[in-house]
Design a protein around this ligand. Structure first.
Ligand SMILES: *Cc1c(COP(=O)(O)O)cnc(C)c1O
Length: 401
């Protein structure tokens, strides 16, 4: 009790209160499991918001990181390094695109896609100066920068941060007609999460992505898929867009790209798009550093082999089958794809937060997305027994077993 309380007090006293963590203080992790400062073990079913798709301390990723730490960690882009080139080629091949642009955090990659789309709009599409517009979706989450929160529809995310960056038009997620109506000659991009993660694993209607692809093709607009959370195996495919066999013009990647070891993000696109970026027009001190890109190469290799995607399908089916009977008996709704589920808790059984607190007591870590919704995203390296444990913990947290 003492150690946990001490760490919480320190954090709450000296670190700004921009999160409301569950009262558990973690000190170690391996695979799908973490251990707190008092030696209690927990199944990690948040997995760093999907940054930990490959679990804690994956041996292949740790091996690469240890080797690279002893070798070279940072050069800046003032010079070449021997990891960035191969990483760029391998990630480009994974996405089916011609080039990538590396950054660090997800928000930076989204910002990069916005800058690239606008510059492409002016230089290639011929949009009138300063008129570029981008269509975004209600319920979106793309990060925390001032420009990105400018098109957030969540008052917690944007409140108090005005004035906002202009040039965004927000339409309801899942509504193709609304996008078609919002698009005009100023539109350079449609930016969306193919599955909205922070909103609670919101899956659009079947055919939505393909229809958006057609709208964008007809209007000469870039389709930009923020796959920071949905991509890299989580949804049972390399990218969530694969589900509809849709190729966006720009992939935005992050989170699991750094293997849960360090921040690594990137956008991937063809030359006709990314060539608008020229020396001095965009950059980042840490972007493309050899430590991060060495780890990223191993992540790409694992995804090329396909095991994480296959595990997401298999374990996801198990999770879905275990949770489905709870609809009408503790849950009001279940949305899932791959090893990724959003469950809506029936208010009669408590709030999302309360369910997460009860699960914590049962040794399972999960986090409410908001209100009644809990997001479940165990590492893809979880075992069949782990998933059974998760299902059981949810049942018991709802008092339905
Ligand atoms: C997490 C997330 C981001 C932001 O990534 P950061 O690394 O936290 O900046 C952007 N888009 C989506 C879809 C995300 O899930």
């Amino acid at each position: 009790m003492g150690a946990t309380a001490d760490h919480i007090r320190l954090t709450e006293t000296y670190a700004a209160h921009n999160y409301r963590p569950l009262p558990v203080v973690l000190a170690a992790g391996e695979g799908a499991w973490v251990t707190d400062v008092e030696g209690r073990r927990y199944l990690d079913c948040l997995a760093g918001y999907s940054a930990l798709n490959f679990g804690h301390g994956h041996p292949r990723l740790l091996g690469v990181a240890h080797r690279q730490l002893d070798c070279l960690t940072l050069t800046s882009r003032a010079f070449f390094n021997d990891q960035l080139g191969p990483f760029a080629k391998e990630l480009a091949e994974l996405t089916g695109k011609e080039m990538i642009l590396p950054m660090n955090t997800g928000a930076e990659a989204v910002e990069t896609s916005i800058k690239v789309a606008r510059k492409w709009g002016y230089e290639v599409k011929g949009v009138a100066p300063e008129q570029a517009s981008i269509v975004t979706m209600s319920g979106n989450f793309h990060g925390r920068t001032t420009t990105i929160v400018s098109f957030s529809t969540d008052p917690d995310a944007f409140g108090g941060y005005a004035p906002f960056t202009p040039g965004f038009r927000t339409v309801p997620f899942g509504d193709v007609e609304a996008v078609a109506t919002a698009v005009d000659e100023t539109t350079v991009a449609v930016l969306l999460e193919p599955i909205q993660g922070e909103a609670g694993v919101i899956i659009p209607p079947d055919g939505y992505l393909r229809a958006l692809r057609e709208v964008c093709d007809r209007a000469g607009v870039l389709l930009v898929a923020d796959e920071i959370q949905s991509g890299l195996g989580r949804a049972g495919t390399t990218f969530a867009c694969d589900h509809e066999e849709v190729a966006p013009d720009i992939y935005v990647l992050g989170k699991a790209l750094g293997g849960g070891l360090l921040p690594l993000s990137a956008i991937a696109a063809d030359r006709a798009v990314l060539d608008v970026i020229t020396p001095g027009t965009h950059g980042s001190t840490f972007g493309g550093n050899p430590l991060a890109t060495a780890v990223g190469r191993e992540v790409v290799a694992m995804l090329r082999e396909g095991e994480p995607q296959a595990l997401a399908v298999e374990l996801g089916a198990q999770l879905e089958a275990g949770l489905r009977p709870l609809i009408g008996n503790g849950l009001t709704e279940l949305r899932s794809r791959g090893l990724w589920a959003g469950i809506d808790v029936d208010p009669a059984f408590g709030t999302g937060r309360e369910v997460c607190e009860r699960m914590l007591g049962l040794g399972v870590l999960a986090k409410e997305a908001h209100g009644q919704t809990v997001r479940l995203a165990p590492p893809l390296v979880a075992s069949v027994d782990d998933i059974d444990l998760l299902i059981d913990a949810i049942r018991r947290s709802l008092g339905t077993s």
